[in-house]
Design a protein around this ligand. Structure first.
Ligand code: NI
Ligand code: MN
Length: 227
């Protein structure tokens, strides 16, 4: 699998020749200043919840690419009302097979409202199982005991977890989350974008290392292989 990080919680995973874009936030994202959103390609767009720092460019990229939006039912309804044509609604606990693999929507402990005030349903994370490996994207969330269920659904090769604290769990709870989902490898997201969520990289790396886990702080706008 190929992973490209655009800062905050915006990333693209390429598997089986399909581009899966997560939580598109380019406009207003200080870590994605030079990105032309019309150049962003996607076959699928996953949305974890309705906050602006996760949906800022959802409508524009969905309309430009025709990508299928996979999100909580209320968010897909909103996207349809805003002129998007291609959506797949899920709700917590629901799984569906797509051409690149299977997606299961799992709970996140957070809040969810769209930028215009529309109710976004419950916030969510995703467990994605593919022929090239399985991963868990937690979305914005606190540490949750529910995460202990995730290894029952699929052995997790890597987890993409928020580590910035303040609005989500910080790196110490993310380390516990990695233990709950039984993965060795974490890609940290949702940090350093704004002052509230700046973290000490060395402390975070050391904390994971002390727990015999790998924390990857992904390089910006650079493709790398992950499995
Ligand atoms: Ni949020
Ligand atoms: Mn957020």
């Amino acid at each position: 699998m190929q992973f490209t990080y655009y800062g905050h919680a915006t990333f693209c995973i390429e598997t089986a020749g399909k581009k899966l874009l997560f939580d598109p936030f380019f406009t207003g994202n200080p870590l994605a200043k030079d990105i032309d959103i019309m150049a962003i390609q996607a076959d699928y767009i996953f949305v974890s919840h309705g906050h602006g720092d996760h949906v800022a460019d959802l409508l524009a990229i969905a309309k430009n690419t025709g990508a299928l939006i996979i999100a909580m039912h209320e968010i897909t309804q909103w996207a349809l009302q805003q002129g998007c044509k291609n959506v797949h609604p899920l709700n917590l606990g629901g799984a569906k097979q797509f051409d690149f693999g299977k997606v299961k929507m799992v709970p996140a402990l957070h809040s969810s409202v769209l930028p215009d005030g529309t109710y976004g349903g419950n916030p969510a994370g995703f467990v994605v199982s593919t022929a090239e490996g399985n991963f868990y994207y937690a979305g914005d969330t606190a540490l949750s005991i529910e995460m202990q269920l995730i290894p029952m659904y699929a052995p997790i090769d890597f987890a993409i977890l928020p580590i910035g604290d303040n609005f989500t769990m910080g790196y110490e709870d993310a380390c516990k989350a990695a233990q709950f989902v039984a993965t060795q490898k974490v890609i940290g997201v949702h940090y350093d974008t704004f002052g509230y969520i700046e973290i000490d990289h060395n402390k975070a790396m050391d904390h994971f290392a002390a727990n015999n886990l790998a924390l990857i702080l992904p390089p910006l706008h650079t493709n790398f292989t992950i499995h």
